[in-house]
Design a protein. Structure first.
Length: 516
């Protein structure tokens, strides 16, 4: 991609925008200086061309209506590299914010539509190296900025428990495909709850690992400090095996500075929880105007069932739990728009592996297709551009400086308790808004389920959701939060609950498919 020398008028517009007060007769001098600097850009293009990856030839197809009753597939394929390994015999969907080389990627948005990655994301490489088979790309929300499943450019993703209901977001396709039995497991991304929200709404298990445990390399970022990738599965054993295969540093993701490697997350899974201390966080219940009382009651009852296995269960208070939502909103809005939208996903100013082709593709997409993005994205852009213009980014800086207080509050609780529990979501899956729903309803349905899930995106603690009950035929999830890097305890507690109930109930679609 060569950069052409700007003309005087282009530079004059930039100067005026920045109030640089450059005299008209000086613009030509600056133009020559800029032109001299562009020589280096040309040389970097030449150097990059020498190492630019070649896109492999892989076959994929658009799903037809019969194959895609839930609207959950973006592309279908069959990619398998070997028949042995811990994931052998298992099938996977990859969230469509994550690169599968040679397979088109859309990230739920007209901005990215048409992009074909040349390199597999690290987690894709690891799935294939462990013997897994990738069956396709799962639909995600428009640039992943929604906790429900109605903003993807391809249309809504439907919940297999009730086709009129949301499958959650932004990894709704992954959640629906696992819950319906179409695949065994799926990858998901999580910046505000996007692993846990579709898992809870669809009655399956999802783990947002400790920040940095699973490499983000090859996935479309939103905001560097809250980006997570993680596994979704129907049971804890599969979830632990999947995490073991994909976790650990890859040498390319700067989020992973402290991440451990070589941990077997299946080890000790069935050791029981006798003597563990479980804290039920009071502030996770009773969100005014959002919480359903019976959801709160079902999760409270579920948490107390751990006593049956010898755990100590107490209700505790973490007042700052309620403030995490506000900290996240500033970080996610300003940081997300600055990096994902202004920075075309990757932004700048860190050492890591970038995707220049994806950046260029997104840059073009914003110039040609911005009008097509979701109302949630439009809301975020309007808010962030206004606040950044007003504060110069100091609001983001304040939120970032407040973040350690939220971390300290959770860490303090976790010195006295092994895990913390509360409702994953304040309510069961709601009806998918109609295509002509009022803007305020459209946006509210995309964001109002997130007050509890955002907490651990701010802090980075591991956060597992498991299905613990059903109300009106729809699943209810409970979050289990542990110490940083202590996924093994979190999974052990989740497995203990699974034994109490004799296994998690499958959706009617999964029962029909898996028993056929």
């Amino acid at each position: 991609m060569s950069i052409q020398t700007p003309d005087d008028e282009e530079l004059k517009q930039i100067a005026d925008r920045w109030r640089l007060d450059i005299a008209s007769n000086d613009i030509g001098i600056y133009r020559q200086l800029v032109d001299d600097a562009l020589d280096s850009y040309g040389r970097v293009d030449e150097l990059y061309a020498e190492q630019q990856p070649v896109t492999p030839q892989r076959t994929s197809r658009e799903p037809d209506g019969q194959d895609n009753a839930l609207g959950a597939w973006y592309r279908q394929c069959s990619i398998k590299e070997q028949s042995f390994g811990p994931l052998a015999g298992s099938t996977f969907a990859v969230k469509d914010n994550t690169a599968v080389a040679g397979v088109p990627m859309m990230n739920g948005s007209r901005i990215v539509e048409g992009y074909v990655p040349a390199v597999d994301a690290t987690i894709v490489k690891r799935i294939l190296a462990a013997g897994g088979e990738i069956k396709g790309k799962s639909v995600c929300e428009d640039l992943c900025l929604s906790g429900a499943s109605h903003t993807a450019a391809t249309g809504p993703v439907r919940n297999p428990w009730d086709l009129t209901r949301t499958a959650g977001g932004s990894s709704g396709g992954s959640g629906a495909l696992v819950a319906s039995g179409e695949v065994d497991m799926a990858t998901a991304g999580d910046q505000g709850g996007s692993i846990r929200m579709p898992s809870a709404f669809n009655g399956i298990c999802g783990l947002k690992p400790t920040f940095g445990l699973v490499p983000y390399t090859g996935a479309y970022p939103i905001e560097w400090t809250i980006d997570h990738l993680g596994p979704i599965a129907r049971n804890i054993s599969d979830l632990a095996t999947f995490l073991t295969a994909i976790a650990g540093p890859d040498g390319h993701d700067p989020r992973q500075t402290d991440a451990p490697s070589g941990v077997d997350y299946s080890a000790g899974l069935n050791d029981g929880i006798g003597g563990l201390r479980i804290g039920i966080v009071a502030e996770g219940f009773g969100w005014e105007g959002r919480s359903e009382q019976d959801v709160d009651d079902m999760v409270m009852a579920a948490a107390h069932r751990f006593k049956d296995l010898g755990a100590e269960v107490s209700t505790i208070s973490i007042p700052l739990h309620r403030d995490a939502e506000h900290v996240w909103r500033v970080l996610g809005t300003e940081g997300g728009v600055w990096q994902m939208i202004r920075g075309n996903g990757y932004g700048m100013n860190y050492r890591g592996l970038y995707d220049p082709e994806q950046i260029e593709h997104s840059n073009t997409g914003w110039k040609t297709n911005a009008r097509h993005v979701s109302k949630t994205l439009k809301t975020a852009i309007l808010c962030a551009e206004y606040t950044i213009e007003q504060t110069g980014g100091s609001a983001y800086a304040k939120a970032s400086n407040v973040r350690p207080r939220i971390n300290a509050a959770l860490d303090a609780a976790l010195t006295e308790y092994d895990v913390l529990c509360y409702p994953t979501l304040p309510y069961r899956a709601k009806k998918i808004p109609s295509s002509d729903a009022p803007i305020e309803e459209y946006v509210a349905r995309a964001w109002d389920m997130m007050p509890n899930t955002q907490v651990t995106n701010v802090t980075g603690h591991p956060d597992l959701t498991i299905p613990v009950a059903q109300g009106e035929g729809l699943p209810v999830g409970m979050s289990i939060v542990g110490k940083q890097w202590d996924e093994r305890t979190v999974l052990r507690v989740g497995r203990a609950y699974e034994t109490i109930v004799g296994g998690f109930e499958l959706s009617p679609m999964a029962k029909e498919r898996l028993n056929a």
